[in-house]
Write a protein that binds this ligand. Structure first.
Ligand code: DGJ
Length: 721
C-alpha cells in the first residue's frame, strides 16, 4: 500500500467533511421505555445526532455521549456532499440553507406520549425548520416529521423535504424491503447495502405501495432473525409517492432519508404557511424482528388505525361470487349464505350503480353513484332491510376518487378530471382520476358518502376502493402549479376522509386499492382495516400476510376465503383466520361438509378472535426459510394463545422439527387442543388434548406441522387452573 495513504486519507476526510461539533453545548433526548434517540448541539450551534439505540440504564451516562460528525438534518447548498434532507431556493435565488439550533420544547402530550420539537433557524434568512418527535413510551415507537416555515417576501422553492434523516455507524447493513405487484404484494427481499445510494420509492400518485411498500427493516452488522439481531423497522405514513434513500458513504456510515418522493414535486411555499411532511414512524430492537413487529402492532392498535382496540365485523362479500352480474333477487339470496355462515355483515361490492351508463362491467358508470334501476329497483334501503331480516348488517363498495369516461359525471364535469391537455387520455381499468385538489370535487366526494349514509343510516360498513395510479396527469385546478399535484392530491384525500370521519367517527371502512395498494399509516387512521391483496390463494396468501405482519396488526388485515387457489376450504380458512376473517364466495356452492366446516370455523373464529386481534404475535417459522409457516398469537395476560401452522407445497412427506412456542408464561399450565378440524377428522398430533407447562412448551416444544402438502392446523392453547 502507498505509504502516504493514511495522511492522504486524513486530509481528504478533513477537507471533505463539514466542521465537526467539537464540544457539546446541549443535549436533547427522545426516549421511550427501551429506545433513545440523542442529539447534541455543537459549539457551532449545529444539531448532531449523537445516538440511536437501546436506552442507557443510567441516565447520567447520556451526558457521556460524544457529539458525532453526523449533522442531524442536513441542508443542501453549503458544505454537504451527500444526499440532503432539505433543499430550498430562497426568494432572492440563493440555493442554500444553513440550520442552527434555536430552541427546543418537550411536552407530555399524554401519560404515554412525549412530544419534542427542535427548532432550527437559518442565521441569514427568515426560515425555520422544526423537527418533531413523538415518543410512544410503552410501544417503543418514535414518530418524527418536519415542519418548514419562512417569512421571506415571496414564495421559496423546496425541492427536498425529508420527514426524517437518521445516521448509523455499523460494520454492515442488511436491508429488508417489501416489493411486489398486483396479486403479489409485500414479498420480502433482504440484501446487504453496498456503497452509494439505494433508493426504494414509488411514483404511483394515488397510492404509495404496490411495486414497493413504504416499509423497511434495516439490520445492523448481521441479518436479524425473529429473536436476535439489532435493527430498526420504519415506515412512512403517506399514501402517495414516497422515497427511502440509504446512502453508504466512504467511511461506511449510513444515512437514511425517508419522506415524500421529491420526484416532479418542487413546491413553491408561500410565506407564513407551514409545510408539514408526513411522519416517519420507526422502532429500534436489539432482540430481532419479532419484537419490532410487536411494537408496531401495539402502537397501531393504540394510535395508528381507527378503533384499533375495538372488535371487527366478520363479513361475506359478493365480489368474487357474482362480479357485476347480480340483481336484487340474487343479492337477497346471497344474504342467506351470510346468515348460514354466521358472519356479521353482507358487503355489496362494485356494480350497483349508474343508469345512463350502467355499471355492468368495468367500462362504464364510475362516478354516477345512483342505484341502477334495473338491478336494484327497490334501492339500497330495501337491501339493508332484507339483510336485517336475515340477521346480518349491510355494507357497500365505493370508489369515490375515480370516473369512467362513459359516465354522466365525465360528461358534466370534464374540468374535474386529472388529464393532460393536448395528449390522449390514458386509462387504467378504463378509468381516470378526479381532480381531488379542486374543493368542488372534495365536496362531491364528501356528499356522495354523506348522502348515502343519510339516506341509509343503517349502512354499517364501507369498502373504499381506488383502482388506478396517476399517469398523463395534470390538474386543471392547479393551473401553473402542477408540481404540487402529487403532494396536494394526498393532502386533499386526507381532508375529505377527515371530514367524513368528523361526521361518522366509528363507521367501519375498509381501505382497498385494486388489491393492496394503499396500506400505510397515513391513510389507516381513517380506516378500520385494509385489503392486503386480491390474491387470496391460500398458499400465496401465507407469504403476503407474512410480509404485512412485519408492520401491520392482524386486526386490520382483511383476509377472505375465496375460490382462488386449489387448496381445501379448510386450508384457505385457516389462512384467512390468521387475519380478520371474511368470505368472498358463493356459499350455496359449498358441499355439505364444507358448509358444516365453515359454520364451525366462523364460530371458532368468534371464540379466538380476541387473541388474534389484541394479542401479541410471534412468528415461529418463516415461509421464506422452510416449506412450512408457523405463527402464534398470545393474549396480553398470557392465559390464551392460538397457533397457526401451514404446510407449503412439500413434494414428499417432510419431517419437520418440533416447534418451541413463545410468549407464554413459563409458570402456567396450558392445554393444547387442535381446533378448526374438518368434519369427521381427528387430530393426528400427539400434543392434542395434553397439558404442558409454559416452560416445557417454550423450551422443548411440540410437533405442530402437518406433513401432507397444503394442509394446515390451528391449535388453541388455554391456561389450565
Ligand atoms: C378491486 C378490489 O381489490 C376488489 O376486491 C373489488 O372490490 C374490485 N376492485 C371491484 O371493482
Amino acid at each position: 500500500m502507498n505509504r502516504y495513504f493514511p495522511l492522504c486519507f486524513l486530509l481528504l476526510v478533513f477537507f471533505s467533511r463539514p466542521a465537526q461539533a467539537q464540544q457539546n453545548t446541549k443535549q436533547i433526548f427522545i426516549q421511550t421505555d427501551k429506545v433513545t434517540l440523542g442529539f447534541t448541539v455543537g459549539k457551532n450551534q449545529k444539531l448532531y445526532q449523537s445516538y440511536l439505540g437501546e436506552k442507557l440504564a443510567n441516565s447520567q451516562d447520556n451526558g457521556l455521549l460524544p457529539a458525532t460528525r453526523h449533522e442531524a438534518y442536513v441542508p443542501a447548498g453549503t458544505d454537504n456532499l451527500f444526499e440532503p434532507a432539505i433543499r430550498m431556493v430562497h426568494t432572492d435565488g440563493n440555493p442554500s440553507l444553513e440550520l442552527r439550533y434555536d430552541k427546543h420544547t418537550t411536552q407530555q402530550q399524554e401519560e404515554n406520549v412525549t412530544a419534542t420539537a427542535i427548532h432550527l433557524k437559518d442565521p441569514k434568512y427568515p426560515v425555520e425548520v422544526i423537527l418533531h418527535f413523538n415518543a410512544f413510551q410503552k410501544e417503543n415507537i418514535i414518530k418524527t416529521w418536519t415542519e418548514i416555515r419562512h417569512k421571506e417576501k415571496k414564495p421559496v422553492v423546496l425541492s427536498n423535504f425529508a420527514s426524517a434523516m437518521l445516521h448509523f455507524d455499523a460494520p454492515n447493513y442488511w436491508l429488508s424491503q417489501f416489493h411486489g405487484d398486483w396479486a403479489g404484494e409485500m414479498q420480502q427481499q433482504e440484501s446487504q447495502l453496498t456503497s452509494g445510494i439505494k433508493i426504494i420509492d414509488s411514483k404511483l400518485g394515488t397510492r404509495a405501495h404496490k411495486y414497493q411498500s413504504p416499509t423497511f427493516l434495516l439490520a445492523l452488522d448481521k441479518p436479524a432473525g425473529e429473536n436476535h439481531g439489532e435493527l430498526i423497522a420504519g415506515t412512512l405514513a403517506w399514501s402517495g409517492n414516497f422515497q427511502f434513500a440509504f446512502e453508504l458513504d466512504e467511511q461506511n456510515s449510513l444515512r437514511i432519508l425517508a419522506g415524500m418522493n421529491p420526484y416532479a414535486s418542487e413546491y413553491r411555499l408561500e410565506p407564513n404557511k407551514p409545510f408539514v411532511t408526513p411522519a416517519f414512524i420507526f422502532t429500534y430492537s436489539r432482540t430481532g424482528k419479532g419484537q419490532a413487529s410487536r411494537s408496531f402492532h401495539r402502537w397501531a392498535r393504540n394510535y395508528g388505525i381507527l378503533d384499533g382496540n375495538k372488535p371487527r365485523l366478520t363479513l361475506l362479500n359478493n365480489w368474487e361470487a357474482t362480479f357485476f352480474d347480480f340483481d336484487e333477487k340474487k343479492l337477497v339470496g346471497l344474504f342467506d349464505g351470510a346468515a348460514q355462515l354466521g358472519v356479521d355483515l353482507f358487503l355489496l361490492d362494485d356494480g350497483w350503480f349508474g343508469n345512463k351508463y350502467p355499471r355492468n362491467d368495468a367500462k362504464a358508470g364510475l362516478g354516477d353513484w345512483q342505484e341502477n334501476k334495473t338491478k336494484l329497483p327497490s334501492g339500497i334501503g330495501y337491501l339493508v332491510e332484507e339483510a336485517e331480516k336475515k340477521g346480518v348488517k349491510f355494507g357497500i363498495w365505493l370508489e369515490p376518487e375515480m370516473v369512467n369516461p362513459k359516465s354522466e359525471l365525465y360528461e358534466k364535469h370534464p374540468d374535474w378530471i386529472l388529464k393532460l391537455p393536448n395528449r390522449e387520455e390514458h386509462y387504467q381499468r378504463n378509468q381516470l382520476v378526479l381532480d381531488l385538489i379542486n374543493p368542488k370535487v372534495q365536496d362531491f366526494m364528501y356528499n356522495l358518502v354523506d348522502d348515502l349514509l343519510t339516506k341509509n343510516p343503517k349502512v354499517a360498513y364501507i369498502k373504499w376502493d381506488s383502482n388506478r395510479s396517476l399517469t398523463n396527469t395534470y390538474s386543471p385546478y392547479l393551473k401553473t402549479e402542477q408540481s404540487k399535484l402529487y403532494i396536494d392530491y394526498v393532502h386533499s384525500l386526507y381532508k375529505v376522509l377527515g371530514r367524513i370521519r368528523q361526521k361518522y367517527p366509528h363507521l367501519p371502512i375498509m381501505l382497498c386499492s385494486g388489491g393492496g395498494g394503499r396500506v400505510d399509516y397515513g391513510a389507516l387512521p381513517f380506516f378500520t382495516e385494509f385489503w392486503p391483496s386480491d390474491n387470496t390463494d391460500g398458499l400465496e396468501r401465507v407469504k403476503i400476510q407474512w410480509g404485512y405482519s412485519n408492520f401491520f396488526p392482524a386486526i386490520a388485515m382483511s383476509s377472505h376465503v375465496t375460490s382462488w387457489g386449489k387448496q381445501s376450504v379448510k386450508y384457505r380458512t385457516d389462512v384467512a383466520m390468521m387475519g380478520k376473517l371474511g368470505y368472498d364466495i358463493q356459499v350455496s356452492e359449498f358441499n355439505e361438509k364444507d358448509l358444516q366446516f365453515s359454520k364451525q370455523a366462523v364460530a371458532n373464529y368468534k371464540r379466538l378472535s380476541d387473541v388474534i386481534w389484541f394479542g401479541d404475535q410471534y412468528r415461529l417459522v418463516s415461509p421464506y426459510d422452510e416449506d412450512r409457516a408457523v405463527l402464534m398469537y398470545v393474549s396480553e395476560n398470557k392465559s390464551k394463545a392460538v397457533l397457526f401452522s401451514y404446510n407449503l407445497q412439500t413434494r414428499h412427506r417432510d419431517r419437520f422439527t418440533q416447534i418451541r412456542l413463545e410468549g407464554l408464561d413459563p409458570q402456567k399450565k396450558y392445554m393444547v387442543q387442535e381446533t378448526n378440524l374438518y368434519p369427521e377428522t381427528k387430530s393426528s398430533f400427539t400434543a392434542n388434548g395434553k397439558t404442558y407447562s409454559g416452560d416445557y412448551l417454550m423450551k422443548v416444544g411440540i410437533a405442530v406441522s402437518p406433513t401432507t402438502a397444503l394442509t394446515s392446523a390451528v391449535f388453541e392453547i388455554v391456561e389450565k387452573p
